[in-house]
Write a protein that binds this ligand. Sequence first.
Ligand code: SAM
Length: 202
Amino acid sequence: MVDAQLRGRDVVDERVLAAMERVPREFFVPENLRDRAYDDAALPIGDGQTISQPYMVARICEALSLTGPEHVLDVGTGSGYQAAVIAELAEEVDTIERIPELAERARANLEAAGYGRVSVHVGDGSRGLPERAPFDAIAVAAAAPELPRTLYKQLEPRGRLVVPVGRRGMQRLEVIVRSPEGPAVLRSVPCRFVPLLGEEGF
Ligand code: SAM
């Protein structure tokens, strides 16, 4: 997966590549799909949701520019896979999911895969996680119609927010840096994520 789908494309951050080599993706997919765990695709995880394509997880993690000591918020826990990859790259990880059953399964997946130190929360992640803010970086694995202002405000100065922004079915991955002049926005690859539902989502 790492050589063919990530290195073979344009993922170059060696820390991200090593993290994705270490996290056992089969722990995060339903049992009947284990033989497809390393496919170049998003896969269903129940409740109408998906575990993201490995390439998109790598792109999001690369865009976070983590070096090790950071506190990160992962919005849209899903299976917990992306939170596990982030836990390989940063000191402290909080993740938030709006569907309680998914959060419960993600907690079990993370524990079984050896990432029990990731804190899983249930709630509307479009509003961030004020009780744990500020964050050095925030990763969103669901598409927002526009820059979620509350998430931006929960960043540390120079912190990074990585979020798919656009309409339903077609977005671009945006990388937003908190700066004194206001949000500095860099645009990355086109992408297609399930919608971020909630107060600052769709
Ligand atoms: N990164 C996840 C993984 O590795 O399995 C996949 C995330 S899946 C593409 C998007 C997730 O975002 C879904 O589980 C969905 O329920 C969740 N979601 C959507 N809106 C949300 C919100 N406002 N707050 C928290 N989670 C939300």
